[in-house]
Design a protein around this ligand. Structure first.
Ligand SMILES: *[C@@H]1O[C@H](CO)[C@@H](O)[C@H](O)[C@H]1NC(C)=O
Ligand SMILES: *[C@@H]1O[C@H](CO)[C@@H](O)[C@H](O)[C@H]1NC(C)=O
Ligand SMILES: *[C@@H]1O[C@H](CO)[C@@H](O)[C@H](O)[C@H]1NC(C)=O
Ligand SMILES: *[C@@H]1O[C@H](CO)[C@@H](O)[C@H](O)[C@H]1NC(C)=O
Ligand SMILES: *[C@@H]1O[C@H](CO)[C@@H](O)[C@H](O)[C@H]1NC(C)=O
Length: 488
């Protein structure tokens, strides 16, 4: 990891100046403490206080949440009419005997582009939205091609910024070239140099008001040939502003190529696992925050993705359902090999100490690492109904016709979420050590346990998705004698 303190201090001053100009215009419900705009902010806050009824949070603000000299009132709440929708890509041909369905991710991205008036910011791993990029002739690439075309058109009209992991040699770059030529601003983030990881995050921030976050890559297959899950939140500037800070961190790293330590205060957040943002989601009072990894990318106040996962597990009282593509208690990509069992230990601990029911739905496809299975069998061996030990694992296989088999890196369940009896966690990371130590990812954590609204909670909707998949014909229990070669 490299840092360059003197340079970053300069950048900090410059950034504060820019932020203050921007925030003065943009000022809305989510107040950001910036010492350099204290007077402006105080005036704005006075008006805000007059206009907005405030719900106070029982949580004290963490001492680390603001490194600037101006402190905000505790438990900032947000009265935006936030609307959250779970969205999914269901691969062509997959059919569930279930009434649980959600709008498609294609629909969500299309809506977001139709709503965009001033800006679209996208954090992405790689771009292959067309048949050309994958060297295929698949009619099902049409959705991806439509997204790319629409985004290119928007790039000429409003601010489109794309932060992408620095493409490796040989990786197709046609999409990025097209967008660049159409007027988009693109910054590549050299994660290999910065952390020896990759930028694996996938989210959108539109007009600093709407967001999308989830497992889908900017890949045509993520719309029609890979099973994906995400969430889109409309009309929610307070949450979008906070996700915007994570985007700005990538944007900054795309230029500086070194990680500030500490991060300038403009990247700080007030919202984390201890003091979540209080907001109405679908008319339901909710506590929400965004986590981020790796820890070196977390400015003051930001909960790291790993801490978020561990605390959600800790908080569960009756069940923890997890759907992830990969699960390994190791540093998958490090040399020499290292064991990394933070998540694994937590699952066994809550399974034992609190007798919480644990279910892991893991993907199985041609490229699955065989090393996953001994560890998964080990977890699944923590099962003894007599003593209420109940950890179970199933493998989800997306079947493929001979023609579908020819599509490279498709036909897989790429979901990355967790749902407990209380919380919905929607992330972008595979679950092995690298993704929490060196790879950039982020997650949306929604807590609606205080809700008495008749509207279904995000938790209950996500639970239904999990149960649909777990009970479907596409999943098979992993037992001690499962021969994985026969399953995947
Ligand atoms: C679909 O679900 C219904 C109700 O759970 C069940 O009665 C029916 O047998 C199922 N059909 C198939 C094809 O699995
Ligand atoms: C975008 O285009 C400009 C020239 O028009 C070029 O200098 C720049 O490297 C391009 N950026 C990317 C990421 O392709
Ligand atoms: C967002 O708010 C606008 C203005 O109030 C409204 O017209 C629109 O329907 C809302 N969008 C969603 C998805 O709820
Ligand atoms: C969810 O919210 C409830 C009360 O609103 C709180 O007691 C609980 O700790 C929260 N859970 C998590 C994981 O933040
Ligand atoms: C998740 O893990 C798989 C297997 O290691 C890897 O191929 C994939 O690239 C990871 N997810 C992404 C999109 O990086």
């Amino acid at each position: 990891m490299k840092t360059d303190i003197a340079y970053n201090q300069l950048v900090d001053v410059e950034r504060r100046r820019q932020e203050s100009n921007r925030k003065a215009q943009l000022y809305s419900r989510c107040v950001i403490a910036l010492a350099t705009v204290a007077t402006l902010l105080l005036a704005a806050m006075a008006i805000y206080n007059l206009l907005t009824p405030r719900v106070s949070s029982p949580h004290p603000a963490p001492s680390s949440s603001s490194s600037s000299s101006l402190r905000l009132p505790k438990g900032e709440s947000c009265s935006d009419p936030c609307k959250i929708v779970l969205v999914e890509s269901i691969p062509e041909g997959l059919e569930f005997n279930s009434s649980t369905t959600h709008p498609s991710i294609f629909q969500a991205w299309t809506n977001l582009m139709a709503e965009a008036r001033s800006s679209v910011d996208i954090a992405s791993f790689y771009w292959t939205l067309t048949n050309e990029d994958t060297g295929t002739h698949e009619p099902t690439a049409n959705q991806g091609e439509t997204i790319l075309k629409t985004l290119a058109k928007l790039s000429g009209k409003l601010s489109v910024r794309i932060a992408v992991n620095t493409p490796q040699k040989g990786q197709p770059q046609g999409d990025l070239r097209l967008l660049n030529n159409s007027g988009a601003n693109i910054r590549t983030v050299n994660m290999r140099e910065l952390t020896s990881g990759v930028l694996h995050t996938k989210f959108w921030v539109v007009d600093k008001k709407h967001i999308y976050i989830g497992s889908a890559n900017m890949d045509w297959r993520s719309l029609t040939q890979v099973k994906e899950l995400g969430a889109v939140v409309y009309n929610c500037s307070c949450l979008a502003t906070d996700l915007g800070k994570i985007f700005e961190a990538y944007w900054f790293l795309g230029e500086s190529q070194s990680i500030p330590s500490p991060w300038p205060s403009s990247f700080s957040t007030l919202y984390n696992k201890d003091t979540p943002l209080q907001l109405p989601l679908n008319n339901t009072p909710s506590s929400v925050y965004l986590s981020s990894s790796p820890p070196s990318f977390c400015a003051a106040g930001r909960t790291s993705d790993l801490q978020s996962i561990l605390s959600v597990m800790e908080d569960a009282e009756s069940f923890i359902y997890i759907a992830v593509m990969n699960y390994l208690p190791t540093m998958e990509f490090s040399h020499p090999k290292r064991y990394w069992a933070d998540i694994d230990t937590q699952l066994r601990r809550v399974g034992y100490e609190k007798r919480v029911k644990v279910r892991l739905l893991i993907s199985c496809w041609a490229s699955t690492q065989p090393m996953m299975f001994p560890f998964l069998k080990s977890l699944a061996s923590v099962y003894d109904p007599k003593s209420k030990l109940d950890i179970q694992v199933r493998l989800f296989v997306v079947p493929a016709s001979p023609k579908q088999k020819e599509i490279p890196f498709a036909r897989v369940n790429h979901n990355k979420y967790m749902v407990t009896d209380k919380i919905a966690y929607i992330g972008t990371s595979n679950w092995s050590g690298d993704y929490f130590v060196s790879t950039a990812g982020s997650a949306l954590v929604v807590n609606q346990t205080a809700s008495q609204s008749p509207e279904p909670t995000v938790q209950s909707q996500l639970q239904a998705v999990f149960e649909r998949d777990w009970n479907s014909e596409y999943s098979t229990p992993l037992t001690q004698d499962s021969n994985v070669k026969d399953l995947c």
